[in-house]
Design a protein around this ligand. Structure first.
Ligand code: PGA
Length: 229
């Protein structure tokens, strides 16, 4: 079945890395939907990229105005981007983004024709306290308040699995995705230490519509096998 493979470049990459990636991806033959989310400055570099879609990594919760340094959803929609990641755990952690802020950002994205990829995930201490499902349910509900059900994608990214090489068991991924699927009909991606060795297995789990890939999405020799999974 067709999967969604999204690459989150975070604060990495430059024009030559983008050119190289797009060059490599040109010859990749897959039904899967590939979305690259580079830094804002690399959106607009990709005209003629064919089947590849683009996304930003954040957008403002505000329409426009005196918000130095912020980028609005309308500005993102004016590039070739069709998606925007909102509520990534690094934004929640380092920029104090609450579920309410995340929902406001997602609403702006939808207003301007973008599809938000709304991230949720429990911390290690939540997991250790046995609160994973409770935390995820609260994040999903409160980060999607007021949004049309078919207008967004959810990414389940356990905070302790991001950039650590640690991945939940298949069973744990299945349990969390089933709980999210009971709350919303949105496609649900898994993210956190996805690599070319585990992507196919993760995407075979029920209710996993695809993957959100960080580190491995920067390296064509890792990203291409994930796309082909
Ligand atoms: P990772 O990051 O694949 O490097 O663990 C995933 C993410 O933060 O989206």
């Amino acid at each position: 079945m067709k999967k969604i493979i999204a690459g989150n470049w975070k604060m990495n990459g430059d024009p030559s890395a983008m050119e190289n990636m797009l060059d490599v991806l040109k010859s990749v033959d897959t039904e899967n939907q590939v979305i690259i989310c580079p830094p804002f400055t690399l959106l607009g570099h990709a005209s003629g990229a064919g089947r590849i879609d683009f996304g930003a990594q954040d957008c403002s919760a505000y329409e426009n105005g005196a918000r130095t340094g912020e980028i609005s959803a309308a500005m993102i929609a004016a590039t070739e981007a069709k998606y925007v990641i909102v509520g990534h755990s690094e934004r929640r952690q380092y920029h104090n983004e609450t579920n309410e802020i995340v929902a406001a950002k997602a609403a702006k994205a939808i207003t301007h024709g973008l599809t938000p990829i709304i991230c949720v995930g429990e911390s290690l201490s939540d997991k250790q306290a046995g609160k994973t499902l409770q935390v995820i349910e609260e994040q999903v509900k409160n980060s999607t308040i007021g949004l049309q059900p078919s207008s967004f994608i959810i990414a389940y990214e356990p905070v302790w699995a991001i950039g650590t090489g640690l991945v939940p068991t298949n069973e744990d991924i299945a349990i969390v995705h089933a709980r999210i699927a009971a709350l919303t009909p949105a496609p649900i991606l898994y993210g956190g230490s996805v690599n070319k060795g585990n992507a196919a297995q993760i995407m075979s789990i029920e209710n996993v519509a695809g993957v959100l890939v960080g580190g491995a999405s920067l390296k064509p020799d890792e990203f291409v096998p994930i796309i082909m999974s």
